[in-house]
Design a protein around this ligand. Structure first.
Ligand code: G1P
Ligand code: ZN
Length: 546
């Protein structure tokens, strides 16, 4: 049945430039008439070749997810898309969406999420467009979409009844076919193709104490399918497994602050052998072992060092990458094991060319993001599976044993990120400027016994497509011993957030299990001296330390 295409007049908004990962705004902003429509039509107008193709659509289930999906379906029908694959209930995790785009050779997909940002009518909403192959649109495309959004004067849609997203099956809307599928099946199959399910099942059905916290967000159904149904874990090992539109009022960012109860249970009380949590849209992960927290930079390094234990990487990895602020623990592994290591700007999109070219197999960011070449997004559950596979293969060793052995071989990179949230743009800029203007004078200077070897503003030349990204954060490097990095966040929806990253390497055996705060306190004061953090922000302490 054909449906009449309507062309609706609209006026541009001036704030639809994508940040580090798509367009994120307050829900109220997205609720303005034509706001979402303008952005989506700008994508249809800018990226070529939608007619007659397949798209993937879904989100993390947060408030406004279902309304937005209905809008996008009506617009896809009017813009000539042939088929849209939608997750049951409108739910698709970010890594699962990337997988579906690849598996069904889709022309791209719209992922509706503001990651770990709080949800609900007063919370945040977001949208990003991923291209064929499953990766986030590169800067050239997001810039073009933004340019289009600044001049858009009409969008296209069809009149449609509400599409039922809660039953599996096929529906039509004009010439568009809409398939509602259970994406947890596809995802579980993908995991089965990568990991040793028998070994993991043996671990999870032994006396190994395991929990996964979905934080009332998108990973609940995936984790149930995977851990409980496919791998035999007990049903109560998957917690907070029903995605809620307001994420239960919580802040689904898996770190020691927002997953404090789980951390207390595992770290302080030692009540579990291994636990993990994921964020709103399922791309982040936090790994905990009895008595300890695995810093994301260490997690990446350990997984890279042990990649051969995972069936998918049995023959070793060609290379690995980390974002610039992420600890250099990975580099130490690469140097010893002889694989190529890359340093990219913050944001997963910078890994995609390297993944596509087969130059790297694993990659990660300090912000609790780890992943591999199986999709083109970071993948929280993948990281949990990778750790379980590793522990199953090194049966008998605890997470602490694995880490200690790792540090003994490669040294330990103590690491912290200090976030200063809700600053004014001027405050954040003053801090950046204070450091920027000293950069050229810093090499050779000594602070707390450390000598500056490099001080610069990071820029990146993509080795695959030659594109250049500038202004990607300020860094002060003290050889292999330590580093201070400062950059402005690109994902916030109010005010400015400044991130200070501190890293210090220790390699003597007695120095491998010191409290992180103690190790980094001198470096933190060096950072304050160099950037005038307290002076320019008027804050005595960061808002959040992870
Ligand atoms: C933050 C993280 C970054 C991550 C992004 C999306 O971006 O720092 O590593 O890729 O969220 O999850 P930022 O707010 O720092 O720009
Ligand atoms: Zn996320």
């Amino acid at each position: 049945m054909t449906a009449a295409v309507r062309t609706i007049a609209t006026q541009p908004f001036d704030d639809q430039r994508a940040g580090t990962a798509g367009l994120r705004k307050k829900v109220q902003v997205f609720q303005q008439a034509n706001y979402l429509e303008n952005f989506v039509q700008s994508v249809f107008d800018t990226h070529p070749g939608f007619a007659g193709t397949t798209l993937v659509l879904g989100g993390d289930g947060r408030y406004h997810n279902d309304t937005a999906i209905q809008t996008i379906l009506a617009m896809a029908a009017a813009n000539g898309v042939a088929r849209v694959i939608v997750g049951l209930g409108g739910i698709v995790s970010t890594p699962a969406a990337s997988h579906l785009i690849r598996k069904y050779d889709a022309h791209g997909g719209f992922i509706l999420s503001a990651s770990h940002n709080p949800a609900g009518p007063r919370g945040d909403f977001g949208i990003k467009f991923n291209i064929r192959g499953g990766g986030q649109a590169a800067s050239a495309l997001t810039d073009a979409i933004y340019a289009r959004s600044c001049e858009i004067d009409r969008y296209r849609c069809v009149d449609a009844d509400t599409i039922d997203l809660h039953n599996l099956g096929t529906q039509t809307l004009g010439d568009l076919t809409i398939e509602v599928i259970d994406t947890t099946e596809d995802y579980a199959e993908l995991m089965e193709s990568l990991f040793d399910f028998d070994a993991i099942r043996a671990l999870l059905t032994s006396d190994f104490r395991f929990a996964f916290d979905a934080m009332h967000a998108v990973t609940g159904p995936y984790a149930k399918r995977l851990f409980v149904e496919r791998l035999g874990a007990s049903p109560d090992s998957v917690r907070n497994a029903v995605p809620l539109p307001d994420f239960g009022g919580g802040h689904p960012d898996p770190n020691l602050v927002y997953a404090a109860d789980l951390a207390d249970e595992v770290i302080t009380r030692g009540a579990l052998d291994f636990a993990a949590a994921s964020d709103g849209d399922g791309d982040r992960n936090m790994i905990l072992g009895r008595g300890l927290f695995v810093s994301p930079g260490d997690s990446l390094a350990v997984l890279a060092a042990n990649a051969r234990l995972i069936p998918a990487y049995r023959d070793g990895i060609a290379g690995a990458a980390r974002s610039m602020p992420t600890s250099r623990a990975l580099d130490a592994v690469a140097a010893q094991q002889g694989f190529e290591a890359f340093e990219t700007p913050t944001g997963w999109k910078f890994f995609c060319n390297l993944l596509d070219a087969g130059r790297i197999a694993v990659c990660g960011e300090e912000s609790f993001g780890t992943g591999s070449d199986h999709v083109r997004e970071k993948d929280g559950l993948w990281a949990v599976m990778a750790w379980l596979n590793l522990l199953a293969a090194r049966r008998g060793e605890s997470v602490a044993d694995v880490l200690q052995a790792h540090w003994k071989t490669f040294g330990r990179h103590y690491y912290e990120r200090h976030d200063y949230e809700d600053l004014s743009g001027e405050q954040a800029d003053r801090v950046m400027q204070a450091l920027r203007q000293q950069l050229t004078a810093l090499p050779g200077r000594q602070f707390e016994g450390l000598t500056v070897t490099v001080a610069d503003e990071f820029s990146y030349d993509d080795p695959i497509d030659g594109s250049r990204a500038e202004g990607q954060g300020l860094r002060v490097v003290f050889g292999d011993d330590a580093r201070i990095v400062v950059r402005k966040s690109g994902t916030g929806t109010s005010g400015a957030t400044l991130r200070l990253y501190l890293e210090e390497r220790r390699s003597d055996e007695w120095e491998l299990t010191l409290p992180t705060r103690e190790v980094l306190s001198a470096l933190a004061s060096v950072a304050d001296t160099l950037c005038g953090l307290r002076e320019h922000t008027g804050r005595d302490a960061p808002s959040l330390i992870t």
